[in-house]
Design a binder for this molecule. Sequence first.
Ligand code: ADP
Ligand code: ZN
Ligand code: ZN
Length: 733
Amino acid sequence: MHPFPILRVALPVPLPRLFDYLPPADAKPVAVGQRVRVPFGPRELCGLVIEHAQVEPGVALKSVLAGLDDAPLLHGELLASLRWLAGYLHAPLGEVLATALPALLRRGEPLPEIAQYGWCLNEAGHMALPSMRAGKPKALAQWLDQLRDEDSLDVEQPGWRAALRTLRERGLVERIEIAADTETGPGLRPATEKNASPSVSPNPEQQAAIDAILAAQGFAPFLLDGVTGSGKTEVYLQAIAACLARGQQALVLVPEIGLTPQALARFRARLGVPVHALHSGLNDSERAKVWLQAASGQARVIVGTRSAVFVPLPQAGLIVIDEEHDGSYKQFDGIRYHARDFALLRARALAVPIVLGSATPSLETLHNARTGKFTGLRLRQRAGAAQPPQVRVQDVRKRPLHAGLSDDTLHAIRSALDAGGQVLVFRNRRGYAPVLLCHDCGWSAHCPRCSTPEKPTPMTVHAHGKRLQCHHCGHRKPAPPACPDCASLGLQPQGNGTERIEAELQTRFADVPVIRIDRASSGHRDALQHHFDTLGAQPGILVGTQMLAKGHDLPNLTLVVVVGIDEGLFSADFRSSEKLAQLLIQVAGRAGRADKPGTVLLQTHHPDHALLNILVRGGYHAFADEDLALREAAGFPPFAYLALLRAEAKHAEPPLQFLQQAKALLLPHGIQLHGPLPAPMPRRAGFVRHQLIVSSPHRRALHAALAAAVAVLYATPQARRVRWSLDVDPVDL
Ligand code: ADP
Ligand code: ZN
Ligand code: ZN
């Protein structure tokens, strides 16, 4: 008897294995990497064929219901890298693939059309052209004299939409499919040289960085370590242009908040080719299209947020990660991957250079540069005429404060506005006030779903005192009119959030616009841009959270005020000082980015705090030296490797039992175990949470232990009674 061929399929279910099926009844061969629809218990699922295998006849297997594609959707480097990722995260391959694929494709829907279309004048258009009135429609009509690629409209005819609408309404143009193998004729696709807008001439440091990247052969990781405003984007752009000129694709990852229409326009204008954006503002079909266009090689430049790290790059030439320290690169639920780390793995597999840029590199990345794993490139000066901002620590002890702002600060704001400048007031707390307190009996408002008797979680006051909201679980309720404990009417919002600071500034500086920027006011990508457009170049004040810390170039911003960072100075998490230092440097970096000098005021009750002093005197690198030394002494990353097992349930027992079981499985493997302990937030949205920290100075030892234990853990009865997750290289403990 001959063994016969079967298909091993990865399915999006939380089990760490593949599933065997017989080939479909229609007997069409199904290749590795193709999607299939299969029966799974009472359901049907869409999965991906990972292997062909031989088994002895006699095993009872179900058949694949249908193959969904004519060709593999995933293959080569990307499939191999994703298999590696599943192994590294100790996560089911089917779930990793489901995370990596655009939702539309993951659900088994047919591949959307990615044919390219072009526009040109029709016969009526050619006849009407000579007699048309001068204006935008006429200019566009002249340009559409020959067939033009739809994507090139954005690049070459800014503001084309209205003009094209006019031409369509008059029946003068038609839309034509451009066959994929059409010769790239003149005018059909913009040529890089011709249409790219001229670049600024790089300064010597930029030039050295560009030269180093262009000279790289094969896999070559770079840290582009450049102060805020040093012109890192210029370096990326030149490296990308060279990559395009070699006929290769470039992938650029940016933080969610950095992918503004403004930033995209800059890329489009400078590169002279269509730039394909991938971000949370796209619908499923748009996302799937960009992914497929990358797979087909149509998309030459892909700029995207975290999940763009999963696009296929059959002709890869370069990967760029802007603001590589940014927290948004780590996924916090489901498959907890880190886009920066996965991008590094892919760059190695693709044998291409990868550039990690930041003014405040993560300590992991700095360590890699110092130990020679990455090539360090420095930009020490701001580009052009801009000077570094002056930073002043302002002691506010015993000073009267108005919504958290001292008199000195208010004076400084007035002078900056009078001089025609703009002011940014940074406070990393949304809402009106962090706490609602009864002045008579000491009661305060806590979230009923996130509090324990030992650790109450305050609810934030919103809407000028009218509403309470929990920032951890989203629970909302109206603020009580009187104290629930003593019926007193003396309920007082304590402390200051961005809403309250905004209100205070609006009354004091009624002559200028005061614009608040936080998740509540600017959750939508375009809302943020709209706020910046509203302000324009006139004097005014921006109040906001860390959304303001990133990437926006406001040439008239001359004063940055940092309010209430003191909570951050005393956090227990070993990464908290790194995060605070990065935030402070990035916020400060918003000031004085053009020819006007900038000032930064750091208000604090702890003017002698070591972190503030070292940052102000020595800058980020002095801080990093010190913090790396502390981490080495304490055996924390990057000098050790961590994983975090979390478990939660309605009651405390099941998570504890699950983690005890995990501990017992991990114990024989000679790694360090810490816990089970209550999580830093011991209760959240009604769930009791515990965690177990697993660590080792050796990555290999950690992974060997996890591999052995996790496979067993999935099958334990304790696992069924909790929600649990494994976080490899966690960023918060
Ligand atoms: P970073 O990303 O390092 O914070 P950007 O790339 O946004 O900095 O550059 C900051 C500003 O400096 C931008 O307005 C950019 O156009 C300008 N710039 C960059 N390089 C040069 C240069 N070589 N000469 C003049 N201006 C430059
Ligand atoms: Zn009371
Ligand atoms: Zn809550």
